[in-house]
Design a protein around this ligand. Sequence first.
Ligand SMILES: [Zn+2]
Length: 418
Amino acid sequence: MLTGGFLFQDTKEHKRFGKPVRQTFAIADGHCQFCGNDCLRIVGEGITMCPSCSKQRHVTSLTKRFVYVRKKRIDDHILTIGVSLTHTQHHAAESIMHYLALKEDVIVRAVCGAGKTEIVMPAIFASLKSNLTVGYIVPRIAIAKQLKKRFNDAFPQTSIGFLAGGETHLDKQSFIVVILQRLWHFTHEFDLLIVDESDAFPLKGNPYYKRLIQRSLTDRGRCVFMSATGQKEMVTHPKRNTTMIDVNRRYHGHALDVPAYVRVGKLDKRLNGFDLPDRVRHFIDDCLMRNYPLFLFVPTKRSGWALNRLLNDYGYASWFISAESDDKERVFKHGWEVIVTTTVLERGVTFTDLWVGVMMADHPVFDSDTLVQIAGRVGRKATAPHGRILFFAKTLSRAMDDAMTDIRQTNKEKSDAL
Ligand SMILES: [Zn+2]
């Protein structure tokens, strides 16, 4: 049986964790020992490599793998959630703990703005109090940093580990925030693993990360998967029972705004030809007149640059953000009126009074889950629970229609439950 541990490819962690308890080659018995992959590639005489791991680092049959066992510190944990939980949140939090106690995995399907993180905090707290090890996985570095701050406030007496990007703050902590891409460090380590944004890139449809999640759990370990959209590609374990919990109400109790479809033909061509359609311009002016911030989502970087240039020419204070922008936080601090963005900002950002437009909303990049997420950026604050979401497109795509139906259905379930 494997013992729990923290994995490294070299010995430089000796100082921090003492001697490794085990040292093996990274590829043994026909499997990659980091990720469990058995589809290996031959790269030399008697040498194989793991193609799954290779996206992040080079792992061959000559690579060493060291397993360290961390001594855990005992903190005197307390939980102070700044805003007390609403009735709906409280009910969801109790349900999660109930099913975890029954040794089941839990899927939390919560509408955007339901306060997912707060809902799962009582389960984290209960596990820490029982001296269990908890991991919280997120898909992006910026979100990891935000969450770490929120957890520091909510658990003021708990030392929290952090692995994201180039940062590794880890010694004896029992609660660790880790970015999905660095989960390969852990084997049989977590008794409770919270997988946030479990329907998002890069976890969505990716067997490599699904294997890492299962390998990072202890034998008694359980997962809570959280997302705002349909769990069409769930990552649950075939041998464990899974319960789905729906949280159809935003923490402030208001319904979700349903996007409206605005027909605009040849939008892509017109943006490239420096022609801002009247219907788009009126929407922008209407928003800015109220002094509200505006996000305009675009399907491609090319269309993003074109729209941003056009808006600047029209005199709007606009910035373009894509996955390659490494200065997002700086941009947000600038005076801006409009942010043009790819789907990179579909999650993890909250602005009061935000309105949202989706340009070329019938483009295949915008599947229904993505459109629901984008719509969920609006009305997240209790002081400003509503806003406007417009889908600008030549045709009403199936995904657009599904997204609008999905949001209407969620609102209906919410009002039926009242
Ligand atoms: Zn591998």
